[in-house]
Design a binder for this molecule. Sequence first.
Ligand SMILES: NC(=O)c1ccc[n+]([C@@H]2O[C@H](COP(=O)([O-])OP(=O)(O)OC[C@H]3O[C@@H](n4cnc5c(N)ncnc54)[C@H](O)[C@@H]3O)[C@@H](O)[C@H]2O)c1
Length: 255
Amino acid sequence: MGRLSGKTAIITGAASGMGLSGAQLFAQEGAKVVLTDVVTETLERETQSLAESGGEVTSIVLDVASPESWNQAIDHTINTFGGVDILVNNAGIHQAKGILEAELEDWNTVMAVNSTGVWLGMKSVIPHMQTSNGGSIINISSIAAIVGGVPDAGGAAYSASKGAVRSLTKHAAQWFAQDNIRVNSIHPGAVFTGLAAKAGFTKESMGANYSNEIPLPPHVGDPSDIGYGMVYLASEESKYITGEELVIDGGWTTH
Ligand SMILES: NC(=O)c1ccc[n+]([C@@H]2O[C@H](COP(=O)([O-])OP(=O)(O)OC[C@H]3O[C@@H](n4cnc5c(N)ncnc54)[C@H](O)[C@@H]3O)[C@@H](O)[C@H]2O)c1
């Protein structure tokens, strides 16, 4: 019996990085998993690969910034698996523009995916969780929500959007505890994923880049470091934890 047996999970941004790692670990732990993303080809390939290794999985294209897209994803989930117990709001985009460099369109684009997307996700699943046995919502924020971003990769809209996720998580945790719905945030530090690769890093160069800031070798995280955190917060092992911030950063924010 897996740690997530009998549960159905929706994961956004599941075609790569932390979202994909979460989907793989959730499937291993016995969850039925709905992988969602805007990147169709990779999404289908990764879902197929998980199904071939025995996972009970399905996928649907979901743009987290679109309410219509959320409606379709929820319908697909209910029709396929009969309900939803876990939501991982993981999809996110990064932009390294400061307050003075960013234009309004830049700001709105980041906010739409990173903050509005998380709100829409919760708004879409909570009514279904309220009429079943509750659920667990895991919002992927960042240490940028706590420390304001790092000089070389920081973005004003990014930090603000992740700060919104941090406080919205606590708001939802308070409001829906009575329905046995738990809401927690994960705050990754530097993790080597597609987001980092697009910014021009390799895992080694990213580790070298952060060796003075991140005390724990190799000074950069793997997607599964975050995926295991998702499993814990999704499972009954964390049944008395809500509104909490799980920082997974190799000790970066200790100084
Ligand atoms: N990599 C890091 O170091 C790091 C650090 C802190 C926080 N995070 C956060 O972790 C989360 C996952 O990031 P990652 O590093 O795995 O990145 P990633 O780029 O590997 O994965 C993000 C996924 O989100 C998808 N996506 C983008 N826009 C979308 C939209 N509108 N709707 C649905 N899906 C969309 C992308 O297609 C991609 O598959 C993000 O929220 C990110 O901000 C990452």
